[in-house]
Design a protein around this ligand. Structure first.
Ligand SMILES: Nc1ncnc2c1ncn2[C@@H]1O[C@H](COP(=O)(O)OP(=O)(O)O)[C@@H](O)[C@H]1O
Ligand SMILES: [Mg+2]
Length: 511
């Protein structure tokens, strides 16, 4: 008898339905799997045989043919074990075919029949629902993740024997309860109130969060750059449910979803080391997986020791920073992953770290300092609106026990400023229709939304002259002033806003 079980595979970030057909016939006892399987799928045959036998069922003595359709789609990984095993049991009439009508099955099997975790359950469950499936059988550990999808019955499976018992009416497995998303408190990596002093840097982070601006922090070792960067996610606006699902989908496919976190509610904070490979950073592999910049989607990508990353690595960030997605091309097609992150860079001002430090003398030769700073490419710097000097905090302030303003209070101001931006740019998003925050404004938007009065124009004219600012710097300052005005909840940009924005201009030697 020909058995048919539905399963799914993950390509990029989306699921594709796979039909698993199993046929048994007389002949040499072997398993043949056809339909573009990869090595892990080919090994399925052996695992399934052991699992079926060890779970106490009959395994046919002859030839078992497994066809995975459509044959044009590459099948990856071990997640077809469970559907293949069920196919064998249906083909040998140990499980009735009609018990699987309208059902999708996902799961890896161990040799003794235990059902193991598979990656990408969230996008595959979403796809099942879209394709009209009513029920999905998933590894128990992945059930909460699948239960995020509404109107889909999720049956958590621990082992093959239990599943067969359920299908044949011997036992009943309770469906996983639908996950009710509550407005739980945001988990705070570092609360601003624990960071002593640094009022100016904290303010710059508030501006960054409010307008979606990228930040570069420059300062000596131990001045608190890493500490400050880690405070950014919790002052950014709360993620909407839609954003949370977007992020969770990426983590599910990358197999980085913690077992006890079915839905990621907190904005990600990723800090890849400068030795991270190209594939690790932007995504890659034969069948591409999301890289750090996609894992940082809707959160913060922190690049510590920025000059150490090298010009080639920084160069590859340019396009994703512009497009908010990364496209990876392969012979068999191209894959697009979201990569809408906020960049925070940190660096020492020079190799020894103390150039410009008020207390400690720098020991680097001038030529070496500029060479060090020039390692960061100009085009990347152009996409960083906020440059901020981080100085070491004096002992008196560090030992002060009074707590500063908590991150939650700052986040409220940030959310109000974002609301103003949403109202301004509307659903369509600014002049060129894609803008969601001030940092994304193009020159035309800047002309349209950052109008200065006479005093403002005069201030900018003299600043341009005195500080020798480029046209690009001019736009950057206007965008920042717009955000600062939004934080102050006013429409008109005043000289006060401009003056603060001017503080965040680059101070590197190369500028
Ligand atoms: N302003 C501050 N308030 C409280 N602790 C601080 C502050 N600045 C630095 N520290 C302490 O010093 C340590 C080193 O700071 P870190 O952020 O790693 O510095 P950097 O990244 O600039 O080298 C932190 O883990 C923290 O314990
Ligand atoms: Mg550090």
């Amino acid at each position: 008898m020909l058995a048919r079980v539905y399963s799914c595979t993950c390509i990029g970030l989306t699921g594709t339905i796979v039909e698993v057909e199993v046929d048994t016939s007389s002949g040499l006892p072997r398993v043949v799997i056809v339909g573009l399987p990869d090595a892990a799928v080919e090994e399925s045959g052996e695992r399934v045989r052991s699992a079926v036998k060890n779970a106490g069922f009959f395994y046919p003595r002859g030839r078992v043919t497994v066809n995975l359709a459509p044959a044009t789609v590459r099948k990856e990984g071990p997640s077809f074990d469970l559907p293949i095993a069920l196919g064998v049991l249906v083909a040998t009439e140990q499980v009735p075919q009609d018990t699987l009508a309208g059902c999708m099955v996902l799961g890896e099997l161990s040799l003794d029949g235990i059902v193991r975790h598979v990656r990408g359950v969230l996008p595959m469950a979403a796809d099942a629902r879209t394709a009209g499936f009513k029920r999905i059988y998933v590894p128990q550990i992945d059930a909460a993740e699948a239960a995020l999808i509404p109107d889909l019955e999720v049956i958590p499976v621990t082992d093959l024997n239990q599943l067969v018992g359920h299908l044949t009416g011997r036992i009943t497995i309770q469906p996983a309860p639908a996950l009710h998303v509550t407005d739980e408190e945001i988990m705070v990596l570092t609360d601003l109130c624990e960071i002593k002093g640094q009022e100016y840097v904290k303010r710059s982070l508030e501006v960054a969060a409010a307008g979606g601006h990228n930040v570069l922090m420059i300062g000596p070792p131990g001045s608190g750059k890493t500490l400050l960067a880690r405070a950014l996610p919790a002052i950014m606006p709360r993620m909407t449910l839609e954003e949370a699902l977007d992020v969770t989908r990426i983590y599910s496919v990358a197999d980085q979803l913690p077992a006890d976190v079915p839905l990621i509610r907190n904005r990600p904070f990723r800090s890849p080391h400068h030795t991270t490979s190209h594939a690790g950073l932007v995504g890659g592999g034969n069948w591409p997986h999301p890289g750090e910049i996609s894992l940082a989607h809707r959160g913060v990508l922190f690049l510590d020791e920025l000059p150490e990353f090298g010009p080639r690595v920084l160069e590859v960030l340019r396009q994703p920073m512009e497009d908010k997605v990364v496209t990876i091309s392969r012979a068999h097609g191209s894959f697009t992953f979201p990569a809408n992150f906020q960049l925070v860079g940190a660096m020492n001002p020079c190799p020894c770290g103390y150039y410009g430090d008020p207390q400690k003398a720098c020991t680097c030769a001038m030529g070496l300092i500029s060479k060090y700073q020039k390692r960061i490419s100009g085009p990347l710097l152009d996409r960083i609106d906020i440059h901020v000097q981080v100085n070491r905090v004096e002992y008196d302030k560090l030992s002060d026990d009074r707590l500063g303003e908590p991150s939650s209070a700052v986040r409220e101001r940030v959310e109000a400023a974002r609301q103003r931006q949403r109202e301004r740019f509307g659903v369509k998003g600014g002049v060129d229709l894609t803008i969601t925050c001030n940092a994304d404004m193009r020159p035309a938007d800047v002309r349209h939304y950052c109008i200065l009065d006479d005093t403002g124009r005069n201030l900018m004219r003299s600043a341009m002259l005195q500080m020798q600012l480029s046209a690009r710097a001019y736009h950057r300052i206007l965008k920042l002033a717009r955000t600062i005005a939004d934080l102050a909840a006013v429409d008109a940009i005043t000289p006060t806003h401009l003056a603060e924005a001017l503080q965040y201009r680059p101070r590197l030697l190369l500028d």
